[in-house]
Ligand binder design. Structure first.
Ligand SMILES: Cc1cc2nc3c(=O)[nH]c(=O)nc-3n(C[C@H](O)[C@H](O)[C@H](O)COP(=O)(O)OP(=O)(O)OC[C@H]3O[C@@H](n4cnc5c(N)ncnc54)[C@H](O)[C@@H]3O)c2cc1C
Length: 488
């Protein structure tokens, strides 16, 4: 077996791994990037970009159908599935091409093809023929879809997101399992492109929302357009010929229905790719899912004996926030620290921000109400403000007047803490709010900002005004907290 010694080894050439490579390279000439699968990153090949391309086509069809509501008559709308998929693949290949082009900056000798696994804390076996000694190692191995065994009955009609983006044309019908971010995005897009879709969930959750009010509002809104049951009672899944037969209780009538679908799309969550890494040989302390414990500011893993390890972890592999911008940030911090090890520096971790490209869009900013309540102690420290888009001027103009936002701030200090948004084009308002949170803005400060007319941001102002009215500031709140004591 060939033997090689390097300074830093990075496992996984996805967004986190590439970012880690560039950061580590600032400290050392001897940095290798190991990739066991196809190059081009999950985001560009089978994730963010192709899903947004599918959604863009779906939105075009939707707006064309909706034009009549403005008095604009169009002919019958026809979706050419072949053309939709051809454009998707062409644009997707362009995005992948950019990644491959940028990878040329990495010396061919420093790009190693093969699956890596730990043989010992500093030793990796790559493929069957290379033993690599590394002073430090970054795990950036991403994640993959996981599904319950029940789905196996669908045989090769059981698919994941990767398969959707390989279609040459659109199928007639798809049963989507999992009303999380990926399931809702793909499910709604396929529906709008004329595919018969039903979305089944199990535990009652919908997208990223924690607030029952937002979840219920979104549930009602989506169900006006397509079938989604977050707490579905699916009885059987069977394969028959080239189709999947699903028997379930229809959520509105309670009737038992048996329907045929071309595919069962599993969007039931993603598991980190740490199970085939031989982590038992790495000397690391692992959590119950087999993921190493790590410091979220340095991305440094912890050894079994509680000391800091020479191994770092970034991106989907650590399960923290499986999002693209998180993968690149974490990769940069992990690569920087792997390069400068044993010195380490705490990196800047941004405020949590997540956006779902459904219509209306869903977004969350900050740590979420449950974590905030825990962090701020038991005496009710959180003020809530809300506004709907049902009668918001700009939203009505656009015929997109559906939505609800809930924002949080801290009683006493008046500091903005985050929120959950459901409404038209929330990607933009979500950014404004994430930036305000990063700047530690107060609600009154945010209300002092300019608001043009007529814009969707006026809906945000309504929610901020409500939040401001509900905020208790001054001596009253201090007394209230003293009465109850923190932690009550
Ligand atoms: C359908 C879909 C839509 C999405 N949409 C969005 C979105 O709109 N916005 C957003 O922010 N995020 C989105 N995401 C999430 C985003 O794509 C991921 O968070 C991000 O790509 C993770 O990057 P990563 O570097 O951690 O993993 P990856 O890019 O998956 O890289 C990991 C790499 O490691 C390799 N590897 C694994 N194990 C080994 C091993 N043992 N040896 C060698 N190589 C190995 C894999 O082959 C892979 O190439 C989406 C994801 C999906 C699936």
């Amino acid at each position: 077996m060939e033997a090689r010694e390097v300074d830093v080894a990075i496992i996984g050439a996805g967004s986190a791994g590439l970012s880690a490579w560039h950061a580590a390279r600032k400290h050392s000439e001897s940095v290798v990037l190991i990739e066991g699968g196809p190059l081009g990153t999950t985001c560009a090949r089978v994730g963010c970009m192709p899903s947004k391309l599918l959604i863009a086509a779906a939105d075009a069809a939707h707006h064309a159908r909706d034009a009549g509501g403005f008095g604009v008559r169009t002919g019958p709308i026809e979706v050419d599935g072949r053309a939709v998929m051809a454009r998707l693949k062409q644009e997707r290949d362009g995005f992948v091409g950019h990644v491959l082009e940028s990878m040329k900056r990495i010396d061919a000798a420093d790009r190693i093809a093969g699956h890596a696994r730990f043989e010992a804390p500093h030793t990796l076996i790559v493929g069957e023929s290379l033993r690599l000694q590394a002073r430090t190692i970054v795990i950036a191995t991403g994640s993959r879809t996981s599904w319950p065994e029940l789905f196996e009955a669908a045989g090769d009609r059981l698919i994941v997101n990767d398969d959707v983006f390989e279609w040459d044309e659109l199928p007639e019908s798809v049963a989507v399992f999992g009303p999380g971010i990926i399931g809702l995005e793909l499910g709604q897009a396929l529906h709008r492109l004329g595919v018969r879709v039903r979305i089944f969930g199990k535990r009652g959750s919908l997208g990223p929302f924690q607030e029952p009010a937002l979840r219920d509002y979104a549930d009602r809104t989506f169900n006006e357009e397509f079938y989604v049951d977050p707490q579905a009672k699916v009885e059987t899944i069977e394969r028959d010929g080239e189709q999947v037969i699903i028997t379930f209780l229809e959520r509105h009538t309670g009737k038992r229905l048996t329907e045929r679908f071309d595919y069962l799309l599993a969007a039931t969550g993603r598991r980190p790719n740490v199970d085939r890494l031989g982590l038992e040989n790495a000397g690391l302390a692992l959590n119950e899912d087999g993921v190493p414990f790590y410091n979220r500011f340095t991305m440094q893993c912890r050894n079994e004996n509680e000391s800091g390890s020479h191994v770092f972890i970034a991106g989907d592999a650590n399960q923290e926030l499986p999002l693209l911008h998180e993968a690149t940030t974490q990769g940069r911090i992990a690569g920087d620290n792997a390069g400068r090890y044993p010195e380490r520096r705490a990196g800047l971790r941004n405020t949590p921000l997540s956006i779902v490209f459904t219509d209306p869009q869903m977004a969350t900013i900050g740590q979420g109400r449950a974590v905030l309540e825990q962090r701020l102690g038991g005496c009710d420290r959180i003020a809530v403000g809300e506004a709907t888009f049902d009668n918001q001027g700009r939203a009505r103009v656009l015929r997109q007047n559906r939505g609800l936002m809930r924002l949080y701030a801290e009683h006493g200090s008046g500091l903005f803490l985050g929120g959950e948004l459901f409404g038209p084009r929330m990607e933009h308002i979500a950014h404004l709010l994430a930036w305000a949170l990063e700047q530690r803005a107060g609600v009154s400060q945010m209300l002092d900002m300019p608001f043009y007319h007529p814009v969707l941001e006026e809906g945000l102002r309504s929610a901020l005004r409500d939040l401001s009215a509900n905020l208790q500031q001054g001596p009253a709140i201090v007394e209230r907290c003293m009465e109850h004591g923190p932690g009550d």
